[in-house]
Design a protein around this ligand. Sequence first.
Ligand code: G3P
Length: 213
Amino acid sequence: MSIMLDSANPEDARRARELGFVEDVTTNPTLIAKTGRPPLELLSELVEIVPGHVFYQLTAPSVEARYDQAWEAHEIRPDKVILKIPATTENIAMAARLEQHGIECAITAIASPAQAYLAAQAEAAYAIPYVNRLTRTYGDGLAVVRQIAAILQGTETEILAASLKSVEEVVGAILAGAQHVTLPLELILALGEHEFSRRAIADFDASMHSAKP
Ligand code: G3P
């Protein structure tokens, strides 16, 4: 069970690493574009910052070009790069080819239990459902995660819940059966905060200061 950072920003990656409980980073083309940096240069930097894996999404226009792109990214750091491959049947078939070569793949932008089922057939390491986007589009992203969890039970494919926008949604995804979550830095930092705990800390401080020696 791990919390990953959803960002392509090296500074976010450094801050997340310093927390001591975040080891992996998931990027996507939008997050990479925000940095204004060449994608592979950024990937090379991120693998040096975090102790765990860096997820890198394939974007080339054809399956064969994406297959070549997969090898190019993999060779940057074979033990640390995990390829994110958007869920389509032809892409999942490509993931199966890559997995046969021992290259770890994550099927991303998953919207249905059927896609997760195929990801498991391809022996992908991860299935990535987009929880909040699904809720916004169809009404209940957490229900999709629950169905995926039931389908993937007993397989090697683990659920990495993405597109999570609140603490409640993160907890909901884990309760629905996600083994991993990926979150922007602010949401990771928000997980450990609660008004009740802050008040308790303030009460203890006040009683300590008012205690007679
Ligand atoms: O990086 C994958 C996912 O978290 C992106 O979803 O909704 O935050 O754009 P969203």
